[in-house]
Design a protein around this ligand. Structure first.
Ligand SMILES: Nc1ncnc2c1ncn2[C@@H]1O[C@H](COP(=O)(O)OP(=O)(O)O)[C@@H](O)[C@H]1O
Ligand SMILES: [Mg+2]
Length: 349
């Protein structure tokens, strides 16, 4: 539905050229809630603004429903924008206007008859659960209510794509959850494909089926949320995963481990499904006759699938531990070897 192909974007600034995007490719399919996560300055806003051509690529192509949008005439570009709604962190509402006037604005722009505008605004307000605020000035609304108005306005022209630029970043956690629920409802009930960008991992884990991780204008990795966060490859991805799943050895325990003189190796294992780890550890004891202990274990749920991280210490000679490591790798479990160094016990990544 949305194809970004080898796009680079450069800006001229007073301090020289800025490479906001470098050879970015990604593909959003119909029905996806596709999340792009990255720290500030990663290039996320620039990326999402390509899709409705608020930014033009310096190189590469942006396809929406198979059409290269950079080649569209002004008239076709207006049509495209009608089909793509957008919401923002700061809501971007007309502050001195009422809820009704804000939501009606894109309809007036599209020359919808007055009666139809009234019907549509009421319908939208019902959908975002804000019917009683129809004549309220938006400056009197809470952040969450303002974003609901922003969403209603974005949906006014019945778009099939919704772009969200940090749409929940100015909201408290509880309001964030309610807006995320609304986004899921939009995706499910109105069949709207959503491309959202955020610096918050919990947003991705809550609503997205796919994710791309960005840093320095590049996409580091992308795939289903389960693939990417189940087996993160890049340091940045790992640090994002850490914000929702703590997978480090507690510091006090790390000290104890360092003081243990016996030969050993520490593995971080990642499983999908909550029982997958048990037979593995049992077999290390039963078949390899090696002592092992669980140093740390945690579970969380991603898209209804239980996801666990276990840190296991296996005692034995280097050769025997090599054998066990091969056995774990062959079993299909994601495994990493952890090295602890004195003085940096808390950096066990
Ligand atoms: N219009 C612009 N002119 C100059 N530099 C820009 C412009 N827009 C974005 N940038 C720069 O591009 C980089 C990526 O910005 P942005 O896409 O806003 O990142 P993010 O949304 O991930 O925080 C940053 O270094 C930013 O300063
Ligand atoms: Mg941004």
């Amino acid at each position: 539905m949305i194809e970004i192909q080898n796009v680079s974007k450069r800006f001229d600034s007073v301090s020289g050229e800025v490479h906001a995007l470098r050879q970015v490719s990604l593909s959003v399919e119909k029905g996806d809630i596709f999340g792009v996560v990255g720290f500030s300055g990663a290039g996320k806003s620039t990326l999402v603004r390509l899709v409705n051509l608020l930014e033009r690529p310096s190189e590469g192509r942006v396809l929406v429903d198979g059409t290269d949008i950079t080649t569209l005439s002004n008239q076709d570009l207006r049509k495209l924008r009608k089909n793509i709604g957008m919401i923002f962190q700061q809501f971007n509402l007309l502050q001195s206007k009422s809820v009704f006037q804000n939501i009606a604005a894109p309809l007036i722009l599209n020359k919808v008859p007055k009666k139809e505008i009234e019907r549509r605004v009421k319908e939208l307000l019902q959908f975002v659960e804000l019917e009683d605020k129809i004549h309220t000035n938006v400056s009197r609304l809470s952040g969450g209510q303002k974003q609901r108005v922003g969403i209603a306005r974005a949906l006014a022209t019945n778009p099939s794509i919704l772009l969200c630029d940090e749409a929940t970043s100015a909201l408290d956690p509880k309001t964030t959850d309610s807006i995320l629920e609304l986004l899921k409802k939009i995706n499910r009930e109105l069949n709207v494909t959503i491309l959202l960008i955020t610096h918050e991992m919990n947003v991705i884990c809550n609503v997205c089926n796919k994710v791309a991780v960005m840093d320095g204008g590049r996409v580091l990795e992308q795939g289903t949320v389960l693939e990417v966060f189940g087996n993160p490859q890049h340091k940045i991805t790992k640090s994002f995963v850490k914000t929702v799943i703590n997978d480090s050895i507690p510091k006090s325990l790390a000290l104890e481990i360092l003081n243990d003189q016996r030969e050993n190796r520490i593995f971080r294992l990642r499983f999908q499904g909550n029982t997958a780890g048990k037979p593995l550890l049992y077999r290390i004891s039963a078949e390899y006759h090696m002592e092992n202990s669980i140093l740390f274990a945690t579970v969380c749920e991603l898209q209804g699938i239980v996801f666990s991280v276990m840190i296991v210490q296996v005692f034995g000679s280097r050769e025997k531990v090599d054998e066990v490591q091969k056995f774990i790798e062959d079993s299909g479990v994601y495994v990493e070897v952890l090295t602890l160094n004195r003085g940096q016990e808390d950096h066990n990544d």
